[in-house]
Design a protein around this ligand. Sequence first.
Ligand SMILES: Nc1nc2c(ncn2[C@@H]2O[C@H](COP(=O)(O)OP(=O)(O)OP(=O)(O)O)[C@@H](O)[C@H]2O)c(=O)[nH]1
Ligand SMILES: [Zn+2]
Length: 359
Amino acid sequence: MLETYGWSETLQNAFLPYAASGLVPGRVIVQQRGLYRLITPFGELNAGLAGRFAYTAGDMEHPVAGDWVAAAARPDEGAATIHHLLPRATCFRRKAAGTGETAQVIAANVDVALLVASLNADFNPRRLERYLAVTRESGATPVIVLTKADACDDPSGPIAAAGSVALGAEVIAMSSLTGQGLDAVRRLILPGRTAVLLGSSGVGKSTLLNALAGQALMATQAIREDDARGRHTTTHRELVLLPGGGLVLDTPGMRELGLWDTGAGLSATFADVEELASRCRFRDCSHGGEPGCAIEAALRDGSLPEDRWLSYGKLQREQAYLDRRDDPVAQGEERRKWVRLNKDYRSRKREKGRGWADE
Ligand SMILES: Nc1nc2c(ncn2[C@@H]2O[C@H](COP(=O)(O)OP(=O)(O)OP(=O)(O)O)[C@@H](O)[C@H]2O)c(=O)[nH]1
Ligand SMILES: [Zn+2]
């Protein structure tokens, strides 16, 4: 039964030592302020952290939605106590704002991230680059899903634009309204696999989730219970089981995409830019007019689109800001260099008053 929720041989092996002490495996389907709801071999149980675990676990090791844990179950009470966190296959993290913590885990064990953008109006490939970087950092597989194909006369432009930033990620054009492309999306979320939907407000994430889940969503999403005083309470289930067997993780944290930790993911998403920079004649090239600069050459002949270069600089600047805030001395120096370079580039461009193409 846990296989439905993604239980695997790898997890089974990690769990083995805990089985001996009578614990059971469980997956977190809701996490709210230190209270958890788990799916376990005994069905759904409400859970809290064991005192010792809460005391010794670091911030990053506190379970979040999607996590697998080892817990002591008390099925008669409908309750359990979480004693251990099982290793995460993937994890979405965010730099915690202003708390001095280094990072905050948002979701765990996501296999595929659907990066949702709308084909109808302001389609913005720059936004996709950010989501791609975040996803690559997490370890999940990104797929670009372009919604509202029914409201777009010619989607070939946006599809090509998405493809050009995707660096190998699959691109699917679809419509939740007509059902076009819906099967292609369904095939991404195989039984036991966990997906998330990332994208700006209004691009159609909820509509897509409803189309994927069909009738099942309304029936299963809300957990109604009587609290201690006999009042009805409703909790939003964060891990939604689709009729076809796949899972979608839908948490408030995943919906608020603020300043994310994109370090390694940034390099993967801009591998082409970093590869170009490595071909400059001078290893410490500032891309500011030195002879043999591959970046400037590529900007001039158009093989590196200018907005992609600027977008790279912008994400570097945001990352530099985070680095500076979290570690005032170290780390940031390399990225601050990029900030400077990018400013140089932009001011020199302003001086010229025209684009590189006019040189
Ligand atoms: N024409 C068309 N409209 C769609 C489609 N999918 C969603 N919409 C419309 O787009 C609007 C926004 O859709 P939502 O699903 O609420 O968007 P969302 O991404 O969940 O937005 P947030 O909840 O704010 O994050 C709604 O009016 C939908 O009816 C589609 O495939 N075609
Ligand atoms: Zn250079």
